[in-house]
Design a protein around this ligand. Structure first.
Ligand code: HMG
Ligand code: MG
Length: 288
């Protein structure tokens, strides 16, 4: 089993989509450029979603044309439909992420369709991404609990992953959207996915609402998970999931890796510097 952990930085997307105020484009560009110096293989930089739904990321096109790309980094973005894919291709994104859920109400609230409707919507998107040689991630939100429908049965997560994987090669990302998971939830969840996707290829996307994300991540590592999403300084959330503030902090996941002796490939000094900058510029700035 590999002793290397891959951390995808999702702060510029999941973090900034949840800010009440719209962060200026120049600060977003600065953030992504700083993150690119830290050692991430992938930075989820923005989302090509409807600007009416997420005005905070309406400048995705401008962001992609303004950043200084590093060849070692994949700059990815969320795409909810074909219109999003066309915008993403025009912006030359390196990788896209479609996103559905294991819970019907959340799916409806978040992307205005049922789970089955989302799979139908993604089919041509994933096919076209394949033709364009753009890799695809597939998020399954509410993998443990939904803010509207309550606990999610692991079998339901399996059904949604299976439907997604039928559409083509796809990286599966399990979202604990409202940070409700406990370490005990991970074994049944991962067992339900066994046979569909190797554990070391699954990505865990943890929110830290209850302050338990690191305990959960530790359990995931014990169970063979090697990929995590995280947001610098713990930025993050989902505006359509009440009670989802804060992705697990990148610094905390890196610290966990250090503690258990796993490589993470990040420059901790640069990470700390950018984290201070984010806290100063974006988190303290919330009051202004
Ligand atoms: P809809 O209103 O049903 O869409 O929304 P529509 O097709 O009827 O279009 C309505 C309008 O939006 C039209 O404009 C379209 O052109 C426009 P109008 O004619 O009214 O001027 N539109 C678009 N514009 C730009 N880019 C697009 C696009 N699509 C339509 N791609 C839709 C359906 C999916 C578009 C909408 O619900 C949406 O954008 N939802 C995104 C919500 C979102 O981004 N949520 C947060 C991300 S998910 C998350 O945070 C969870 C995650 O972190 C994992 C976890 O934590 O679990 C990933
Ligand atoms: Mg999220």
């Amino acid at each position: 089993m590999s002793q290397r952990v891959v951390i995808t930085e999702v702060g510029p997307r999941d973090g900034l989509q949840n800010e009440q105020r719209i962060v200026p484009l120049a600060d977003k560009v600065d953030l992504v450029n700083q993150l690119a110096q830290i050692g991430f293989q992938e930075i989820e930089a923005s989302a090509f979603v409807s600007p009416k739904w997420i005005p905070q990321l309406a400048d995705a096109k401008e962001l992609f044309s303004s950043i200084t790309r590093q060849p070692s980094v994949q700059y990815s973005a969320l795409v909810p439909n074909q219109q999003g894919l066309e915008r993403a291709i025009a912006a030359k994104v390196d990788k896209i992420a479609v996103f559905t859920a294991a819970s019907e109400t959340f799916c409806q609230q978040n992307i205005n369709t049922s789970i089955a409707g989302s799979i139908e919507r993604f089919a041509p998107v994933i096919e076209a991404a394949g033709h364009a040689e753009i890799p695809v991630r597939g998020y399954v939100s509410c993998a443990v609990r939904c803010p509207y429908d309550g606990p999610t049965h692991p079998d339901q997560v399996r059904r949604v992953i299976s439907a997604l994987m039928d559409l083509g090669p796809i990286e599966i990302d399990l979202g604990d959207t409202i940070g409700a998971a406990s370490p005990e939830d991970m074994e049944p969840l991962l067992s339900a996915v066994d046979g569909l996707c190797p554990r070391d290829r699954i990505v865990m996307h943890l929110h830290d609402t209850q302050g338990r994300a690191i305990e959960v991540a530790r359990r995931c590592l014990e169970l063979g998970v090697r990929r995590f999403d995280a947001a610098i300084a713990g930025l993050g959330g989902c505006p359509y999931a009440p009670g989802s503030p804060g992705n697990v902090a990148t610094e905390a996941i890196a610290e966990l890796c250090e503690e258990v002796g796993f490589e993470h490939g990040l420059d901790l000094v640069a990470l700390e510097q950018t984290s201070c900058w984010v806290q100063d510029r974006m988190i303290k700035g919330r009051q202004s």
